[in-house]
Design a protein around this ligand. Structure first.
Ligand code: HEM
Length: 380
């Protein structure tokens, strides 16, 4: 029987075995149906009237309050719309490109001054993701990054213990209230053109709702983007020929990023709850049940991606993977995340052409969020 340890370690052979029997299966260890087929995943994610996020079991809402992540239908549109425009693909490069490049270069300047080895999670991936989100929300001038990361850890911890069936933590509640005060204070005195001030002025959301959505945007954009960058760099350095290929042909970097997203999506699963009895790809799902969509499983469905376990820089239609989900909850920050990661990989290849992974460096692991625990590298 499939265990949580198997899913957190190397889930791919287990997901493939499940999928070969049926694209949707009951997995007792998860207390949920697990969707491992690409078409079945799309069926679930694009049908919020049957498979909703709006359920008391959804732990994030218990910590940060209702937001776009925990609502569906008209309520979801009301929460999401004030923020969606800023993250539109056309606007992202113009609005964030220069700032992201500058953050990347600053991180790499520090890496250079420290010699000929580094740990890229703490030196690049974490700081880049956090600094970009602070900048996007217009908080970079007003809040100390270490304080923000402290709130971040307390909120993430509270969400994790709540998912494990325990009550929210006092530290999580206190971090949420500090974040609330910082965000409201910022809106009162901060840059009127920041994303936060724009949405605060917008119609339809009260200040508490803006704060909840800002928390979801900020936290949605830190852990996942950190993981996305670590996974890309790990895939490139794990097989040195791949790193050489993108270093010599930087035009291949976006393809490498998409292929890494497909093979190891930083958020490996998303949860839905069945509003009624329903059938998905021929499997009956009982009303009230949790339906966990394995984005990692869908992304290696051989019916959609031939030779699915292979890292393939010329894969056709390379954005068909579901690393950012699909349907109404499709990731609002995906183009900003891509911008950050392409900028970071381009700069790494440019400034460290002889970058190597330290022998024995760990690969991606994790049940929900997947990434290497650390990314030690050397160069000469
Ligand atoms: C700038 C970086 C990012 C920001 C600001 C961001 C923000 C968000 C927000 C606010 C949502 C909720 C949208 C909604 O419910 O309507 C979301 C959804 C999602 N994001 Fe992101 N995100 C970022 C990066 C990433 C990355 C790097 C990944 C994975 C590689 C990712 C994966 C997802 C997924 C899978 C969902 C769908 C959740 C669901 O359907 O339940 N995000 N993101």
């Amino acid at each position: 029987m499939l265990t949580l340890e198997q899913l957190a370690g190397d889930p791919h052979p287990h997901l493939a075995a499940l999928r070969s029997r049926a694209p949707v299966a009951w997995v007792p260890a998860l207390d949920a149906y697990l969707v491992t087929g690409w078409a079945a995943a799309i069926e679930v994610l694009r049908d919020p009237a049957t498979f909703t996020v709006d359920d008391p079991r959804f732990s994030t809402a218990r910590v940060v309050g209702p937001s776009m992540l925990s609502t569906d239908g008209a309520e979801h549109t009301r929460h999401r719309d004030p923020f969606a425009a800023t993250f539109r693909p056309g606007l992202v490069a113009e609005r964030f490109g220069a700032a992201v490049d500058e953050i990347v270069q600053r991180c790499l300047d520090d890496v250079v001054t420290n010699g000929s080895s580094a740990e890229l999670r703490s030196a690049l991936a974490g700081p880049l993701a956090a600094a970009t989100m602070m900048h996007a929300l217009g908080l970079d001038a007003g809040v100390d990054r270490a304080r923000l990361l402290g709130w971040y850890r307390a909120i993430v911890e509270s969400v994790s213990v709540t998912s494990a069936g325990r009550p929210t933590t006092a530290e999580g509640a206190s971090a949420m209230s500090d974040l609330d005060a910082a965000l409201r204070g910022h809106v009162a005195v901060g840059d009127p053109s920041s994303l936060l001030s724009e949405s605060m002025r917008g119609v339809g959301l009260d200040p508490a709702e803006v704060v909840s959505n800002a928390a979801v945007i900020m936290f949605g954009g830190i852990e996942t983007t950190e993981g996305m960058l670590l996974n890309v760099v790990w895939h490139l350095l794990h097989e040195p020929d791949r790193f050489a290929a993108v270093r010599d042909h930087p035009g291949l970097i976006p393809a490498a990023v998409e292929e890494s997203l497909r093979l190891e999506p930083a958020a490996a699963v998303v949860d839905r709850y069945a509003m009624r009895d329903a059938a998905v790809a021929g499997t009956e799902v009982a009303g009230g049940a949790q339906v966990t969509v394995s984005l990692a499983g869908a992304n290696r469905d051989p019916a959609e991606f031939p030779d699915p376990d292979r890292f393939h820089l010329n894969r056709p239609r390379r954005r068909r993977h579901l690393a950012f989900a699909t349907g109404p909850h499709v990731c609002i920050g995906m183009d900003l995340a891509r911008l950050e990661v392409v900028s970071a990989v381009t700069a790494l290849a440019d400034r460290f052409p002889r970058l190597r992974l330290v022998n024995g460096a760990p690969g991606p692991t994790g049940l929900v969020f997947r990434k290497p625990e650390c990314l030690p590298v050397v160069w000469d």
